[in-house]
Design a binder for this molecule. Structure first.
Ligand code: ADP
Length: 415
């Protein structure tokens, strides 16, 4: 039987190892691809009960992501459904930008910061050119390989599987990187949301802590306006028409220099262009790359020479033992973080995060996500599906609900 053959093929191919962490969409495992010897990361995405046959839209989108190949985009090597989960196989990455920023043993020079930002923007510019938005940009989605190359991860997943913040309320950190138009409830948005998030990451690289840590959407907007000034209608004419618009007390725009005392003038000029309120006027990722910040001294550090946290465990020969079943060496590492309080930016987010982390823990216990006795997943040949590029770069609510409906369908081979 074709299905059994495919199932065996995949079973023989990926050897599940330890859990790497639990993210927005499910658990991530380390695994070995026995065909290539490559270490991979397998993301198991919960889809829930399926009823109505193949979800062609999601499959087409995933096929599209598979073809999004670029040095600053994490490679989606394979994708296959199993039970109520979809398994996405990615290249394995050593660490992420969040770990770099938080590591107090690491000193980030201006050239290092420039290099990390440049790689981030290169990844973004590439995907925006292909009409794909990220929508969940944050430092722990910027993975770093052993050669120092930074790659954007989770690209497009928000579009395919629904907005992360809507799926799981514990996903509070994404809020800190959310553009003001999203916080005001816009239904139509574009690549500017990723550029705003990249600006927050740039600021975080400069400060070595998250820049604007709101404890709710309203608080997030308050923190943005307190730091960058309240936008006037002339600065952002569409703002007052946004669905969740509320008027905030006027705060004059303080000089960015007061917030980033040691940054260069070029860095601050680029940052202010990325933090432009009106998304129509906000600099694009490509334009940002062309900013003089990247050609002025110090030049971006060679990725190979960038400081990184000490690598975790190296793969051992026993990792390749195909007779050994999947093992869980450690409980899933929480990918969410708790940042200690400091100078008035974070409000009461610390307390809230602890509660929400517990919610995440109980969800995981109930949901058997360790995969200790999981049978081998079934493979699916994506070549049976046609390919069609998404027609536009913006996403509206009608589109999202359409995709969500589609996800209530089953992953099965068509007859
Ligand atoms: P989130 O949804 O919060 O961004 P992810 O689902 O992307 O989190 O990842 C959860 C954890 O799995 C991360 O914290 C990271 O440690 C690990 N991880 C994800 N992708 C990879 C990868 N390609 N290589 C190595 N580790 C990964």
């Amino acid at each position: 039987m074709v299905e059994l053959d495919l199932s065996k093929k995949v079973a023989d191919r990926y050897l599940k190892r330890e859990v790497l962490g639990e993210g927005t969409y499910g658990v991530v495992y380390k695994a070995i691809d026995t065909e290539t010897g490559q270490t991979v990361a397998i993301k198991k995405i919960r889809l829930g009960k399926q009823k109505e046959g193949v979800n062609f839209t999601a499959l087409r989108e995933i096929k599209l992501l598979k073809e999004l190949k670029y040095s600053h985009i994490i490679e989606l090597i394979d994708a296959f459904p199993h039970k109520e989960n979809l398994h996405l196989v990615f290249e394995f990455m050593e660490t992420d930008l969040e770990a770099v920023i938080r590591d107090r043993n690491i000193f980030l020079s201006p050239g290092d910061i420039k290099s990390y930002l440049q790689m981030t923007l290169r990844g973004l510019a590439f995907c925006h050119k292909k009409w794909v938005l990220h929508r969940d940009m944050k430092p722990n989605n910027l993975l770093i390989g052993s050669n120092g190359q930074l790659k954007l991860a989770d690209f497009g997943l928000a579009r395919i599987f629904g907005s992360p913040d809507r799926r799981f309320t514990h996903q509070v950190f994404a809020r800190w990187y959310r553009a003001p138009e999203l916080l005001f409830g816009t239904k139509q948005y574009g690549s500017g949301v990723d550029v705003w998030a990249a600006a927050c990451i740039f600021a975080e690289l400069l400060l070595r802590r998250p820049f604007l840590q709101g404890s709710s959407d309203i608080d997030q907007l308050g923190k943005i306006f307190a730091a960058l000034g309240t936008p006037s209608p002339s600065q952002w004419p569409d703002m007052v028409y946004l669905p969740d618009y509320v008027e905030y007390q006027y705060v004059p725009t303080p000089p960015l220099r007061s917030l980033f005392p040691v940054a260069s003038d070029d860095a601050l000029d680029l940052l202010s262009k990325m933090f432009t309120y009106d998304p129509k006027v906000r600099i694009s990722a490509q334009q940002a790359l062309e900013h003089r910040y990247f050609t002025s001294v110090p030049l971006p550090t060679d990725p190979n020479k960038l400081p990184r946290p000490a690598p975790k465990r190296e793969p051992k020969a026993s990792d390749f033992d195909s007779h050994e079943g999947p093992t869980v060496l450690s409980p899933p590492r929480k990918s969410r973080r708790v940042i200690p309080g400091r100078d008035g930016f974070e409000g009461n987010s610390l307390q809230r995060d602890k509660v929400e982390d517990n919610v995440g823990n109980s969800r995981q216990t109930a949901g058997d996500t360790t995969g200790k006795n999981d049978p081998a997943p079934m493979s699916l040949d994506f070549s049976v599906f046609g390919l069609k590029a998404p027609s536009r770069p913006t996403i509206n609510s009608a589109d999202r609900s359409h995709l969500k409906r589609k996800l209530d369908l089953d992953f099965q081979q068509p007859e």
